[in-house]
Design a protein around this ligand. Sequence first.
Ligand SMILES: NC(=O)c1ccc[n+]([C@@H]2O[C@H](COP(=O)([O-])OP(=O)(O)OC[C@H]3O[C@@H](n4cnc5c(N)ncnc54)[C@H](O)[C@@H]3O)[C@@H](O)[C@H]2O)c1
Ligand SMILES: N[C@H](C(=O)O)[C@H](O)COP(=O)(O)O
Length: 350
Amino acid sequence: MSSSTLTTPPESAPSRPIALTMGDPCGIGPETLVRAFAQGESNGCVVYGDAAWLARTARTLRFSPDSSRPAIVELDELADWKKVPRGAIPVLPIVALPADLAIGQVDARAGAAAYACIEAAARDALVGRVAAVVTAPIHKAALHAAGVNFPGHTEILQHMAGGVPVRMMLANEQLKTVLVTVHMALRQAIDAVTSEAVLQTLRIAHQAARGWGLAQPRIAVAGLNPHAGESGLFGDEEERIIAPAIAQARSEGIAASGPYPPDTVFMRARHALPEHPGAFDIVVAMYHDQGLIPVKYLGVEQGVNVTLGLPFVRTSPDHGTAFDIAGRDQADPSSLIAAIRMARDLAVLH
Ligand SMILES: NC(=O)c1ccc[n+]([C@@H]2O[C@H](COP(=O)([O-])OP(=O)(O)OC[C@H]3O[C@@H](n4cnc5c(N)ncnc54)[C@H](O)[C@@H]3O)[C@@H](O)[C@H]2O)c1
Ligand SMILES: N[C@H](C(=O)O)[C@H](O)COP(=O)(O)O
């Protein structure tokens, strides 16, 4: 290790760390990550990335006495993470970033580095060396420019896990939404809404929620069309495709219901206690924006992205690289902190 700050292991350290990938270095990932450590929210995490880049990022941030600049400790090997004192940032060096990367810009080199960190973290998760993976945001165009033919983490991790069926869930305290289709053009997404895809989503969501301790999760299924087709007036996918999947799921003991009008189902599901206990635990949404807008609208600082169906726990903030504010010390680390907390909780249950 390259730091004189090494001491004894932190008290009550967990047996395995959480891998925290650095994300696109040109976005807000590194600064939110430094903030999360500075706020004492990342204990037990090891950053998969570049220590020099993080140190440079940390120098650009202003700190107050109650949240001071964390030390950065480059690890020789993962096992050394336990020797890093509480509050410092342990970094497993996966990449050495070029110093001329421009903050707030798409750069293939940044995309390639982000990808290398995800790969390394996923490899360690698959063999059980880390308890969970939390990913800071990547830029999809930078990833593509680097020649990576996956749209995002979800598809990369699915591929690395052998192609297991997975689904994206966005969650905050009030809503949980699981998507049937994710990163594709809306025209293609409509075609990709098949009975099999809806049924598989219901099975994955049901299984995951039981893992969190819900004995019989109430799963609402959104329709595809306005007013869930209004009895066939505005489309028949609800009757032809979605309702049969719900019926099959119900016959398997899954408490699925719907299809409900998409414009009101999230309002009904929202848990805003004490006035509004939600009528459902999860909403299954047909396509990306149908499901993600309601969660993000409640506050980008609260949402967590969870990949359901993987053989390991993976969470992420619900926001992206925010190139418009990167490097300006304006990024809110709350969603990353929520993702770390959720990963910790889920890792215990996994
Ligand atoms: N987890 C991920 O890897 C992830 C998630 C979402 C989007 N993305 C990718 O990120 C890139 C940019 O996406 P986008 O511009 O649509 O969304 P974005 O979330 O990066 O930004 C949307 C708006 O929210 C603001 N914002 C986002 N996070 C913030 C934070 N923590 N604090 C303060 N303000 C914040 C931004 O400044 C911007 O105005 C795209 O390539 C997208 O695909 C990645
Ligand atoms: N759809 C996600 C969101 O808006 O939060 C985002 O693109 C991240 O996707 P991955 O987790 O697959 O990178």
